[in-house]
Design a protein around this ligand. Structure first.
Ligand code: AMP
Length: 286
């Protein structure tokens, strides 16, 4: 049975009860329009020891910037609950916006260094919205293991940092990217793509594969790896926000020679749609 709750107090009570009967609670925060990428996170919490799983579905207004896609973001709660039910999820938490941000709300959580570049530079208010809402989710759920996708690689690092810095009683997992058969990273935003854009969208994974293949062959020159990742995206996308080789833990941009644990981060625009993707070179399956 999948229960749907809408209020933080109801969620906390339900989770406290589960823990009182020795359950280990897993949490999968999402904005809904669920796909196999989200559902892989449900499985990941179980692999990490969760015996009961909560999925939150909340299109969080504070992580969208001015002019971004908050209004048109897909909202498919009924289908999402059905998918959760099929996967044996115990609770779906779907709070209303004014429940999450009641009148007079004025408190935020900010992570500094890890948010400074890349997504943080291109979407200046984004991470503050994410870290604040995820803090609220962690508080409403209580001690748990929470799964995030490495699809949003920087977000995972930011939330891992936040939980650690603020002594949150949450184990933060970073889980592999789930891809379509042609390699495109699954994303709720892929629904925005028309047929032509959908074809061109694979340019990102083509670039990542080219950089990954070169890295596996011994290429370590950062400029060369970035050029390989960039070429197909430059050809098929309308605008690139960034393509950069960075340290997998520090997220500091690499210069000169790439080390042995690096990630290529990419964000680019195709028509009205902004897509992100990444690969840990020599390690990820692409
Ligand atoms: P979203 O609903 O887009 O906010 O994503 C909710 C969670 O699912 C985040 O932790 C994402 O990183 C993760 N996620 C989204 N797409 C994928 C994917 N293709 N593979 C793995 N995780 C994903």
């Amino acid at each position: 049975m999948t229960d749907v709750v809408h209020e933080p107090r109801a969620l906390r009570e339900a989770c406290d009860q589960l823990r009182a009967s020795d359950a280990r609670v897993g949490l999968v925060p999402t904005m809904g329009a669920l796909h196999d990428g989200h559902l892989s996170l449900v499985a990941a919490t179980r692999e990490a020891g969760a015996t009961r799983v909560v999925v939150s579905v909340f299109v969080n207004p504070t992580q969208f910037g001015e002019g971004e896609d908050f209004d048109k973001y897909p909202r498919t709660l009924e289908q999402d609950v059905e998918l959760c039910r099929e996967r044996g999820v115990d609770l779906v938490y779907a709070p209303p916006v004014d429940g999450m941000y009641p009148e007079g709300f004025e408190t935020h959580v900010e992570v500094e260094r890890t948010t400074a570049r890349f997504e943080g530079a291109h979407r200046p208010t984004h991470f503050r919205g994410v870290t604040t809402v995820v803090t609220k989710l962690f508080n409403a759920v209580g001690p748990c293991v929470a799964a995030f996708g490495r699809k949003d690689y920087q977000q995972w690092r930011v939330l891992w940092r936040m939980a650690r810095d603020l002594d949150m009683p949450v184990e933060v997992l970073g889980c592999p990217i789930v891809r379509e058969p042609d390699g495109l990273a699954m994303s709720s935003r892929n629904r925005y793509l028309d047929a032509g854009e959908r074809q061109r969208a694979t340019a990102i994974v083509q670039g990542l594969r080219a950089a990954d293949a070169a890295y596996r062959d011994g290429e370590r020159e950062v400029a060369r790896l970035e050029a390989l990742a960039r070429a197909p995206v430059q050809a098929d996308f309308d605008r690139i926000d960034y393509i950069a080789v960075v340290g997998a833990e520090s997220l500091e941009p690499c210069t000169g020679t790439a080390g042995d644990d690096v990630v290529v981060l990419c964000a680019a625009h195709l028509g009205q749609t902004r897509l992100i993707d990444n690969a840990r070179l020599g390690r990820d399956r692409l």
